[in-house]
Design a protein around this ligand. Structure first.
Ligand code: 13P
Ligand code: SF4
Length: 325
C-alpha cells in the first residue's frame, strides 16, 4: 500500500510504478482518464484529467484500444456504453458512488411510471440501468443549459441529486419533480466550520459544487462543476478560496494557480480538515499498474441496457457540442 512516506525506497517504488504504467499503456494502446477527485499521483499520470462531462467526451472520441477510467464505477460504465467494442477498466471495482446508490433502478422505474408524460433527466451519477429509463443525461457542467433547452412548460423528472435539482430549479425557475438522493461527501460540509474559515480568511471566496446543501450554496461566491470551479479560480483576481467539493480538485487548482491559496472546506464530523470521497480514493497507483497489467477489473454492461442508456448519453453529448460545452 502506497503512503506519503518520503523515504528513498518509497520514491523509488513510485518511480518504478510510473515507468511500468508508461510501458504498459504504450504497449496496449491504452488511454488513461482521471477525474479531478482522484489522488494526485493518478491525476499526474493520466492522459487527461477532467470533470464527468470531459471524461465522457474523451472516451467518446478516442481511438485507443483500451481505456482505464481512474474514477468511480458509473464513469467506467459511461465510457463502456460509449465504446462497447473497447476494453474499459477501473483500478478498483469497489469504487462506487453514494449518490448513484441512492437511486435503485426498480424504485426509479416506478417513479418514472407514476409520472407518465414527464421528460426524465438524470444526472450522470447514476447506474447504466437508471440511464436506460432516462431521456437525457446531464452533468453539473451542462445541467442548466440542458434543462433550459426544453420548453418552459415541459414536465420534467430530475434525479437523483436533490441538491443539484433544487439548485437548477432555483436558477431556471423550473419546477422539476426531484428524486430524493444525495452524495454523502457534499452533504457533509460544515457550515459552522466554513464560517469560521471565512473569519480567519476574510478575503477568501467560497467555491461550492451544486451537490452541496442549499444553505451552503447560499454562502458561495461561485457554484459550479469541478471544471467550472477550476476555471473560475484560474480567471479570478482573488488570491484565496475556500473550496467546498471533494478535496482532490485542489491538486489541479494549485497546479494551475501556484500564486493562489486553496483552503479545503471541512466536513462536520471528521478529524481531517478536508473532505474526501472514500470511493474515489480507493484507486491507487499500484492498482492502476495491476489493472493495466492484468486487464482487470473490467467494466461490463448488459447489451440491452447499454443500447438504451447510450441514447440519453449521446443526446447529452450532442447538446453539449451544440452549446460549445
Ligand atoms: P463533476 O466533475 O462533473 O463536477 O462531478 C462531481 C462528482 O461528484 C463526480 O462524482
Ligand atoms: Fe459519488 Fe459523491 Fe463520491 Fe462524487 S463525491 S463519486 S457524487 S460519492
Amino acid at each position: 500500500m502506497m503512503t506519503n512516506c518520503p523515504s528513498n525506497s518509497c520514491t523509488e517504488n513510485k518511480k518504478h510504478l510510473i515507468e511500468e504504467i508508461n510501458r504498459l499503456r504504450k504497449e496496449k494502446n491504452c488511454l488513461i482518464l482521471a477525474h479531478y477527485y482522484q489522488r494526485s499521483e493518478l491525476q499526474d499520470v493520466a492522459d487527461y484529467v477532467g470533470d464527468s462531462l470531459a471524461l465522457a467526451q474523451w472516451a467518446a472520441k478516442t481511438d485507443a484500444d483500451m481505456i482505464v477510467v481512474c474514477g468511480v464505477h458509473f464513469m467506467g460504465e459511461t465510457a463502456k456504453i460509449l465504446c462497447p467494442d473497447k476494453k474499459v477498466l477501473v483500478p478498483d471495482a469497489n469504487a462506487g458512488c453514494s449518490l448513484a446508490d441512492s437511486c435503485p433502478v426498480n424504485e426509479f422505474a416506478k417513479f418514472v411510471k407514476e409520472n407518465k408524460g414527464y421528460t426524465v433527466i438524470s444526472y450522470v451519477n447514476t447506474s447504466a440501468a437508471v440511464k436506460a429509463y432516462t431521456d437525457v443525461v446531464v452533468t453539473s457542467t451542462n445541467a442548466r443549459q440542458i434543462v433550459e433547452s426544453f420548453p418552459e412548460n415541459e414536465k420534467i423528472i430530475f434525479g437523483p441529486d436533490r441538491n443539484l435539482g433544487n439548485y437548477i430549479n432555483s436558477i431556471t425557475g423550473r419546477n422539476m419533480k426531484l428524486w430524493n438522493g444525495a452524495c454523502h461527501v457534499h452533504e457533509q460540509f460544515s457550515v459552522e466550520k466554513i464560517l469560521a474559515l471565512k473569519k480567519k480568511y476574510p478575503q477568501a471566496e467560497i467555491l461550492a459544487h451544486p451537490e452541496c446543501k442549499q444553505v451552503l450554496l447560499q454562502m458561495a461566491n461561485k457554484i459550479g462543476s469541478t471544471a467550472a470551479l477550476l476555471k473560475y479560480a484560474v480567471s479570478s483576481d482573488k488570491k484565496q478560496f475556500i473550496v467546498a467539493t471533494e478535496s482532490g480538485i485542489l491538486h489541479e487548482m494549485q497546479k494551475q494557480c501556484p500564486d493562489k491559496e486553496f483552503i479545503p472546506a471541512p466536513p462536520e464530523d471528521a478529524a481531517c480538515a478536508c473532505n474526501e470521497c472514500n470511493y474515489m480514493r480507493l484507486n491507487t497507483l499500484e492498482k492502476l499498474y495491476e489493472c493495466l497489467l492484468n486487464e482487470t477489473p473490467e467494466i461490463t454492461v448488459d447489451k440491452d441496457i447499454a443500447e438504451k442508456a447510450l441514447i440519453p448519453i449521446r443526446r447529452m453529448l450532442d447538446i453539449s457540442a451544440r452549446l460549445g460545452l
